[in-house]
Structures are given as C-alpha cells and as structure tokens.
Design a protein around this ligand. Sequence first.
Ligand SMILES: C[S@@+](CC[C@H](N)C(=O)[O-])C[C@H]1O[C@@H](n2cnc3c(N)ncnc32)[C@H](O)[C@@H]1O
Length: 284
Amino acid sequence: MKSNKGTGSKINREFHFSENDFNFIRKLVYKVSGIHLSDVKQDMVYSRLARRLRVLKFKRFEEYCQYLDDNHEAEITHAINAITTNLTHFFREEHHFDLLKGTILPDLSRTQPRGKRLRIWSAGCSTGEEPYSIAISMLDALPNHSQWDAKILATDLDSNVIEKCQSGIYDVKRIDPIEDKNARRWFKPLADKPNQVIIDQELKKHITFKQLNLMEHWPINGPFDVIFCRNVIIYFDKPTQQKLFNRFYELLAPGGYLFLGHSEQLGEFQKNFTLLGKTSFKKS
Ligand SMILES: C[S@@+](CC[C@H](N)C(=O)[O-])C[C@H]1O[C@@H](n2cnc3c(N)ncnc32)[C@H](O)[C@@H]1O
C-alpha cells in the first residue's frame, strides 16, 4: 500500500519515512484536529514523531502508520499531542491585555446586562500562560472582583498542555513579562525547586481547564463576553476557519469581543464584527 520512496529530506534519518507515510499522517491529523500540514512540514512531522517510534520500538514509519490505522486510540492522542505547536508566553501580544484591562472590562463592569457575571474563553490555551494572563488582567480591572461571578474557561486539544496548565508550575524565567507587582502577588517560589514558581490558588480558582477539540461538539453554553482564540486558526484551512468563526459568533454575547493572533484574519466573516484594534473585534 505504501511506496518506498523517501520524502527527499536532506536530514539523516534513523527511520524510513516515505511520502505515503507522510500523507497518511497528515490525513489523520487533519481528520482529528483540523490541523493542515503542508508539504514543507515533512521534516517537522518526522522529528516530532520519531520519539514515538523509539518508545514503541518500531523500525519504520510504515509500521507506525499501520499501528495508528489499527485504531490504537491512545497512540493517536500521543501523535496529535506531538504534532501540535504549543508556543506561547505570558502577556503575548500585550496590546490585547491592555485593551481588555483598560477598556473592555471597565466598560463591561459599568454596563454588563447580565449583572456581575463575566465569562471569558481561552480557546487553544496551550500551557496556560494566556488564561493566567487574562485572569491577572481581570482581577486588576475589577477591584471588587469578589462580588463578581467571573470565570475563565481554558481549553486545548493537547492533553499534555492541559496537565501543565492545571499544575500552575512554571520556570521562573517565564514570568519575566509579568509586571513585578503581579509577579510577586500571584507567583510563589516552589519550596524544593528554586527555579520554579507556582500560581496562587486565588488566581487559579477563576479558571476551569478542559481538554477540548475545536473540531468536535462543544459541551459549552455561553454566552461569552470575550473569546481569545489566538495563534490557533493559523494551523487550519480557510473553510475550517470560517466554520469556527461562525461557532464563536453564536457563543458570543451581543457586543462580545473576539481576539485572534497577530497573523490571523476573519476574512469575509469580518462583516459581522467591528474592528477595535489590531486583531481585536467586537460583535456587531
Ligand atoms: C501556538 S498555540 C497558541 C497558544 C495561545 N493561544 C497563544 O496565542 O499564545 C496553539 C494551540 O492550539 C491548540 N490546537 C490546535 N488544534 C486544536 C484543535 N483542533 N482544538 C483545540 N486546540 C487546538 C494546540 O494544541 C496549541 O496548544
């Protein structure tokens, strides 16, 4: 079924990896996650999955593809987790947090038609830096936050990153982008690991972390006042992006806000939103 032709890469490979193997994997990844892997991603796919072949003691990608094809669900999860790109950091694209803290949350706190209820979704939250940055901004912007029912939902397809979010533990260097006052307030050094810090429970309690595939059914009611889906749709093709925008739109409260990543666009769906600032939109 699979050709023996290699994928033409110049890197010296431990495992045989054919064009057919790559095509099998990219079809599976697309079906499960919506992630579109173009031809230039062959080396990336090889290097991210080679570790799985070592663990399973396979000699060739053909054997690994057969194993995935036999529906070994746990391995499909490992493969998808390995393929996702989880790059993130605290207060990434800071202008979004400035807008959230300086304009959106003060406006909502004055005009919120649903009383003191606030719902924010970080969709594709990776290792948690985004939802924790949202939570820090939210508590800064709502001085009387204890009177609010303010919750953040943080979801990602990758089950490994959700575990990392839940641990709330980060290398101390990662909290550099956080203002000193907030770094001291919300992060405590770990007693036995001086290079690591842990998030304060008072901040964490506002966030619910869940594994969720954006391609599947969402067991979520909404409405959300704000949705962050940043640097996620860049991995999807245009039809998948448009379907997703429609689903976000339905879940947003009237006048709700949507943030995308720096290189992402709403395309023709933008007619349903007002542009507020760079990749920041308000539902019309
Ligand atoms: C580059 S990170 C972005 C993290 C964060 N939003 C930010 O901007 O810093 C992209 C995240 O999208 C997640 N992702 C990719 N496909 C997904 C899907 N189908 N459903 C949910 N999350 C997905 C990946 O697992 C990854 O953690």
